[in-house]
Design a protein around this ligand. Sequence first.
Ligand code: ZN
Length: 177
Amino acid sequence: MKVVVPDEYKYLYVTDEDRPVVKIPNDVLLAKAEPIERVTKRHLTIAENMMRIMRSARGIGLAANQIGVLERIIIVQAENRTVVIFNPVITESSGTQVGEEGCLSIPGMYGDVERAANVTVDGLDRKGRESTWDMEGIAARVVQHEIDHLNGVLFTEKVDPATVYWQHPSEKPERAE
Ligand code: ZN
């Protein structure tokens, strides 16, 4: 669906030092991120920055596009641990879940999205080793949301328009991706 940002939320759509997450309609959010060849110090620094930015924005996931980097790096907050995955690929998925999503690149907008209930993700970990992550529930939802970002896809393409509403992010618990 096409997003029309209500006037009272427009001030949240700046990108600056205090709010470093890139917002719509920046084209970097519609671009496809490139795979990385191997995990280098530079990639680890990007991942550290992403973690810091995600936490200060009170998010539970972040994709590199959202800080203007077109490389396939995502962060997923999975219960009490934070997972960094380079070149994530969903190799298996099962079931469906419908739940609310928000996006740090579209602050204030929330709505229901149908996702797979369980996913298996292959990728590289922080040490550059090939690894596999099994995720369910919210973590599965977030990882699907973040991989979509790497492909230039926003949740607004998948949200059920009948469920969309706007609320100030400060009034929400940590939920946005
Ligand atoms: Zn997002």
